[in-house]
Design a protein around this ligand. Structure first.
Ligand code: ADP
Ligand code: MG
Length: 423
């Protein structure tokens, strides 16, 4: 969900003798297409995997994200054919997982009538294209009904490509999958990033590709084990690595701190020690909390709630949030940085008052972003919810709702859907 565009670089002095220029995107965008697209048939990969309840979408953020691309292509005269997956049908047709389930919500958000086409290739698609006029929009059925989609079968990709004259990928959230409609098609037709994909790639590049330095990363959330690759990638790229959430307990325990009954992966002590050693070699400061919020029971506002130094956690207590003194110090770190990338809440933010550190740090980041001193990029399912809860999401430079693709990008992995656009 692009909240507002990435702010341009603001004259951070480039290293002597090196001109700092705006990063040049290695992929083509809709700007590289002729203004008039009459006669073109655009195959557009979008993410319409909407959360549903009682037959209608409970959140249409994903539709809002692709709306500009769809309307722009249609407005410029192309016939627009939308390709999307929906749920996990496992290579078989299923009436409840047809994209026809979402066509009502999609049409309402886009503000245009959309023709449902119950295939993704073949004569039915050909006939439908004949009926569509210039500027009309069609929605093909769930790409995952065909086993060749997830297998990235070249024959399926060819059969789909035969219907279009150009391919637009506007589904960053599916770009970590090498599927026929996220990767294969890009090699068979002139390929372009849609507006949402373009915004996402520019924001991610500004955060970790060619960021303004110094860079801080906040990594929180429940467990170190789910984010090992993220940590390993970040220590070589950022100057400040801020560890919060349950992960911080594992780091503290590896340093010999008694974390009581806290969520902690004790077996990861050697791994975490190796990460801290690597950070030291790379000149990355790892920030661990030195005060914490603890309680004997995990409940809202428990009677046993107290704030203490990390060395004073009792045997029967759990660390549930970063303490206020540490949060102040971390806010000071952010003030010295130009770029922030954030994944994972600082505490068990769903339960009050263990949201305090996340809320405070998020508001600091938001204020610095508004002031123009920080480029702030965040992503992750719970992170997006936590920043929204803090009322800070609107003011971040960019919030990615891409989930798995965002995390793989934070791990420094090449996303096949993006690489195919850059080829
Ligand atoms: P994201 O979805 O943004 O990647 P994660 O799924 O890794 O984030 O982690 C989010 C979860 O971590 C939240 O449910 C939160 O309650 C939990 N969490 C954070 N800090 C703690 C803690 N100290 N103890 C237990 N759980 C925590
Ligand atoms: Mg999560």
């Amino acid at each position: 969900m692009p909240l507002h565009p990435v702010r341009p670089a603001r004259g951070f002095p480039p290293p002597a003798g090196e001109e700092r220029s705006e990063p040049i995107p290695k992929f083509k965008t809709l700007d590289d297409l002729p203004a008039n697209l009459t006669g073109e048939i655009a195959l557009v990969r979008v993410d319409l995997n909407l959360p549903m309840k009682d037959g209608s979408a409970t959140d249409v953020t994903r539709v809002e994200a692709v709306k500009p691309t769809i309307l722009e292509l249609a407005g410029r005269g192309a016939k627009v054919l939308l390709l999307a997956h929906f749920g996990r049908p496992g290579g078989q047709r299923s009436s409840t997982l047809s994209t026809s389930m979402v066509i009502g919500d999609v049409g309402r958000v886009i503000g245009e009538e959309i023709m449902f086409i119950p295939e993704i290739a073949g004569p039915v698609v050909e006939q439908s294209i004949g009926i569509l006029r210039s500027g009309d929009i069609g929605l093909l059925d769930n790409t995952r009904f065909w086993p060749g989609e997830e297998a990235n079968d070249p024959d399926l990709a060819k059969a789909i490509a035969a219907h279009g004259t150009l391919y637009v990928n506007d589904a960053f959230s599916a770009a970590h999958r090498a599927h026929a409609t996220t990767e294969g098609l890009a090699h068979l037709l002139p390929a372009y990033a849609g507006r949402s994909m373009e915004a996402e790639l520019k924001a991610l590049d500004a955060a970790l590709g060619t960021p303004e330095q110094p860079v801080a990363a906040v990594v929180g959330g429940a467990k170190v084990s789910t984010k090992l690759a993220v940590l390993e990638n970040l220590v070589g790229k950022v100057q400040h690595l801020i560890i919060g959430g349950g992960m911080a307990n594992t780091f503290l325990a590896a340093r010999g701190v008694n974390v009581g009954r806290s969520l902690c992966e004790h077996d990861l002590a050697p791994t975490v020690t190796a990460i801290m050693d690597e950070a030291e070699r790379a000149g990355c400061t790892v920030h661990l909390p030195y005060d914490v919020v603890v309680a004997r029971e995990f409940a809202a506002n428990p009677a046993s709630l107290r704030v203490c130094n990390v060395h004073e956690v009792a045997e029967d207590e759990m660390i549930l949030d970063v303490g206020p003194t540490a949060v102040e110090a971390l806010a000071d770190v952010l003030k010295t940085c130009r770029t922030l990338v954030w994944n994972g809440p600082m505490g068990a933010f769903e339960t009050e008052p263990f949201d305090a550190a996340t809320v405070a740090l998020a508001r600091t980041a938001a204020a610095l972003t508004l002031e123009g001193s920080l480029i702030s990029v965040a992503g992750g399912g719970d992170t997006v919810a936590a920043l929204a809860h803090a009322g800070a999401a609107e003011d971040f430079t960019y919030i990615s709702t891409a989930g798995g693709a965002f995390l793989e990008w934070m791990e420094g992995r090449i996303l096949p859907g993006v690489a195919a656009l850059e080829a």
